[in-house]
Design a protein around this ligand. Structure first.
Ligand code: FDA
Length: 392
């Protein structure tokens, strides 16, 4: 039977990074993936430019049943460490906003860097390989479409459930259960929210309208980022971020003008443009289509000067404290990540090894650690892959 020191399941961000680290320790590493190409999510990430890390990594920017779990990996392998690799590879980069680092050129450069480093470290990549099973037998035996492989360490890096069209499967979760690890319920994260009924009727005609900065809140979480109206509801970074915190049945509140006191602004404008339609005045602050839609909804016809104080207060509340009840999300079809996953209570935070199954590791998105939008999820993939790669 073929043998290896380490078999990595999944040639995504975490799996490839782990393979490089283990290979550099002179371990014989084989990386298996059923896809035709490695790192497909890296390739399409960040609009093709890969938001490969974030300079403001902090544990509270990760969701997990145990938010402290990620700290060990994230503090030992930092955003600066990954940035140093990007620079050493000669990949030009820039900070877009909020600490988010992107390639100037193409995300493909990151995939190529990982492939080069894997080859240099002697790690072998086998694509279009199905994984039929995993059993313990003198170490582990991985059953694959190319035959069985005996190995001392298995690193599960098969990612989450999002975007099944790109090769996502539930394999990692199944393997975790087979080996007795607990799972935290999975659900789509960083995903557009959908609406029904009267809410949808209001939102649909606004599809395509963008608000550069809105404050979206759900429970204690809140984000000030761009918001986008879609045919089925709301999207844009602020909505994707809040979607990870939202649970079915919860309302979200939206302030379309954070940092502005709209009631006071409108009062001041009465003197200046009192004869203008309310919608025209509101369009000084919001996209025109949105301003008109809100005024129509509230029945605010007539001039700004004609409006009662109560009517303007109602308008300000509608703009700055808009309550909405999402009906659902676009689901795994478009979600950027999967929340939940392998329960961190069953993993060693330092090594990512299963506490009760020596030699079995889980890294990346399959684990119950999910970052905010903005490079956090790749940093988790690199950091957890790095940690496992030091010991597997
Ligand atoms: P990943 O999903 O990358 O890799 C898993 C691998 O396992 C895949 O190659 C898959 O084919 C393989 N696999 C799965 N099941 C298998 C099976 N049964 N047999 C064999 N192989 C199997 N994050 C970020 O930080 N910045 C960003 O810009 C973006 N942008 C972005 C855009 C889009 C559209 C998406 C969908 C996601 C992002 N993300 C992101 C999130 C990021 O892509 C994600 O968190 C990481 O890719 C997770 O890395 P993993 O290696 O854990 O899984």
């Amino acid at each position: 039977m073929e043998t290896a020191d380490v078999v990595v399941l999944g040639a995504g961000a975490a799996g490839m990074f782990c393979a490089i680290e283990a290979g550099r320790r002179s371990r014989r590493v084989i990386v298996l993936d059923h896809a035709r190409a490695p790192g497909e999510k890296i390739r399409i990430s960040g609009g093709g430019r890969c938001n490969f890390t974030n300079l403001d990594i902090a544990p509270e920017r990760f969701l997990s049943a145990n938010p402290r779990f990620a700290l060990s990996c994230l503090s030992r392998y930092t955003a600066r460490d990954f940035l140093a690799r990007i620079e050493a590879a000669g990949i030009a980069w820039h900070e877009k906003t909020l600490g988010q680092l992107f390639c100037d050129g193409s995300a493909r450069q990151v995939v190529d860097m990982l492939l080069r480093d894997m080859a240099a470290a002697g790690a072998e990549l086998r694509l279009q390989t199905e994984i039929a099973g995993l059993r313990r037998e003198d170490g582990f035996v991985v059953e694959t479409s190319g035959g069985p492989i005996r190995t001392g360490s298995v690193v599960v890096a098969t990612g989450g459930k999002s975007i099944p069209k790109m090769g996502a499967t539930g394999l990692g979760y199944r393997l975790a259960e087979e080996f007795g690890l607990r799972l935290v319920e999975t659900r789509p994260g960083l995903v557009p929210l959908t609406f029904s009924g009267a809410d949808l009727e209001q939102l649909k005609p606004l599809a395509g309208v963008a608000v550069p900065k809105a404050r979206v809140r759900c429970g204690k979480a809140g984000f000030d980022e761009a918001l986008l109206f879609t045919h089925r509801g709301l999207s844009g970074p602020a909505i994707l971020q809040i979607s990870s915190y939202w649970r079915a049945g919860q309302a979200i509140s939206v302030d379309l003008l954070p940092g502005t006191d709209l009631a006071a602004e409108l009062k001041a404008l009465r003197g200046e443009i009192g004869r203008s339609a309310v919608a025209t005045a509101l369009a000084r602050f919001l996209p025109e289509r949105l301003a008109r839609s809100i005024c129509d909804e509230l029945g605010l016809a007539g001039n700004l000067a004609d409006q009662t104080k109560a009517a303007l207060a109602r308008l300000a509340a509608r703009v700055q404290d808009w309550q909405l009840l999402p009906q659902g999300s676009e689901g795994y079809r478009t979600a950027e990540v999967t929340l939940g996953g392998v329960d961190t209570r069953d993993l060693d935070a330092r090594t990512m090894e299963a506490r009760r199954v020596p030699g079995l590791f889980f890294i990346g998105e399959v684990v119950d650690v999910t970052g905010w939008l903005g490079g956090y999820n790749f940093q988790w993939a690199w950091a957890s892959g790095w940690a496992a790669g030091q010991v597997a």
